[in-house]
Write a new protein. Structure first.
Lengths: 116, 189
């Protein structure tokens, strides 16, 4: 398991559509997102799910457009939820490298359970 | 923290929980409560990134000051829950981090779901404002009860002394004094 979100592309699309508009005005248009959050995402940080979906809606694109892998399933836009049973105390937006390491840590924690 | 996300009655409930847990541990309502002791009492393991299996390089990167990470609770089906926390934070911040995670467990907040798109998990998390507000409030309350602050006021303790007594940061003490109304009530502070 590893992160597949193309944060550079997301940041670029966000900046492109924002154009000369200020962050505050753009955040208001997107709704439910703050200007500082947008700034951090434009710098490449990973947003939380709610923020990500709001941005995709504003960009008028599908939520899978920023993932790197091609779908091999019969339904390319199929979305599933699984429960990793984790509470996380961290900044709302995280650097991709931090997210990578957290995913590895989560995997290690669950590996303890399957290989005690 | 947006206290507006807290449901009516939660603050009173949080104070009751904090006092009851102290009572169960043989402590007085105003006593300091160590987060590690509380975790042990609740049968929750405490770990750190290195002990959990990350390499030294990965653990140091995760715990660096610019990573933005403080702690994480992992709920496992056949083993106790484990809180993995940033041991490079100050002692008082570690207390606050662990109390926050314990608060999520005590409140029985459901664990968030991770979204999968195109059969790959996205490294995104669901941020629930109400649950986060409750964990922030209860976590702080577990660290310093309202009764404790009133007691400290009667003892004429300074903010720095309260901070040391509860192993809490000065900011946490000031926050609790303001948000509980004790500062206004006692006028001492």
């Amino acid at each position: 398991m590893g992160p597949e979100l193309n944060t550079s592309l997301l940041a670029a699309k966000l900046r492109e559509k924002r154009g000369d508009k200020g962050l505050r005005e753009t955040a208001k248009e997107i709704g439910g997102v703050s200007a500082p959050t947008l700034s951090r995402i434009e710098k490449g940080n990973v947003p939380d799910v709610d923020t990500y979906l709001r941005i995709c809606k504003w960009l008028e694109v599908s939520s899978d457009i920023f993932t790197n892998t091609k779908s091999t399933s019969s339904s390319p836009n199929e979305e599933e939820y699984i429960n990793f049973n984790i509470h996380l105390r961290a900044d709302k937006e995280l650097k991709p490298s931090t997210v990578n390491t957290l995913i590895k840590l989560i995997n290690l924690s669950y590996a303890d359970e399957t290989n005690p | 923290m947006r206290t507006g996300d807290l449901i009516k009655g939660f603050k009173t409930k949080a104070e009751k929980i904090s006092i009851n847990l102290r009572r169960e541990l043989g402590l007085k309502p105003h006593s300091p409560l160590c987060a590690f002791d509380l975790a042990n009492f609740l049968d929750i393991e405490i770990s750190d990134p290195l002990s959990a299996g990350l390499s030294v390089k990965e653990a140091n990167s995760l715990m660096s000051s610019n990573s933005g990470w403080s702690a994480m609770t992992v709920d496992r089906k056949t083993m106790p829950k484990v809180i993995i926390h940033n041991i490079k934070h100050s002692a008082s911040r570690q207390q606050s981090n662990i109390m926050h995670e314990l608060a999520h467990i005590i409140c029985e907040h459901p664990f968030p779901e991770i979204k999968i798109i195109n059969n790959k998990p996205l490294p995104l998390r669901n941020y629930n404002p109400q649950y986060e507000a409750e964990a922030e409030w209860l976590g702080a309350n577990l660290q310093i009860t309202r009764k404790g602050l009133v007691w400290c006021g009667y003892q004429k303790m300074k903010t720095e002394e309260i901070s040391e007594y509860y192993n809490a940061s000065i900011q946490m003490v000031r926050y609790r004094l303001n948000i509980t109304g004790v500062k206004k009530q006692l006028k001492y502070f």
